[in-house]
Design a protein around this ligand. Sequence first.
Ligand SMILES: N[C@@H](CCC(=O)N[C@@H](CS)C(=O)NCC(=O)O)C(=O)O
Length: 160
Amino acid sequence: MQQVPALEIDGITLSQSLAVIQYIDETRPGPLLLPADPKKRAQVRMISDLIASGIQPLQNLYVIQKIGAEKVQWAQHFIDRGFQALEAILKQTAGKYCVGDEISMADICLVPQVYNAERFKVDVEQYPTIKRLNQTLTEIEAFKLSHPSCQPDTPPDLRA
Ligand SMILES: N[C@@H](CCC(=O)N[C@@H](CS)C(=O)NCC(=O)O)C(=O)O
């Protein structure tokens, strides 16, 4: 697909963010990114899939490049459509984070999608739960370190 991320790890190469996150969760120490409780686990997967399959692909570069002049409106439309559903779901599932009070794969999906929404000038004020969760998460050191502006290959003009 000529997309990032691709991760070389333990002798294999993995693409697809959710597969990468779940492999790291299953093989590396640290907090569980998929909760043990089956209901919470399903909610984490539901939110992650909603973002990774229901929103992100519709506003990805290779899609909007095909749209032409209407590309910003196109991206805004599909992000808004997804955020309306996501806001309603998060109202039911969120505590401090997307599902309860533990950071999960859903939070890892949410932050870059809000970053994209802001890039396309979507009014995130319309989604108070999404806005609150994103504010909480982006204050956490690990999320700060993973920001696109802080990567080793970030072009100089986009560095933090
Ligand atoms: N389904 C893939 C999507 C990956 C993806 O869309 N990557 C974007 C950056 S976030 C990309 O490489 N876009 C390049 C392009 O569209 O040309 C995943 O979850 O990893």
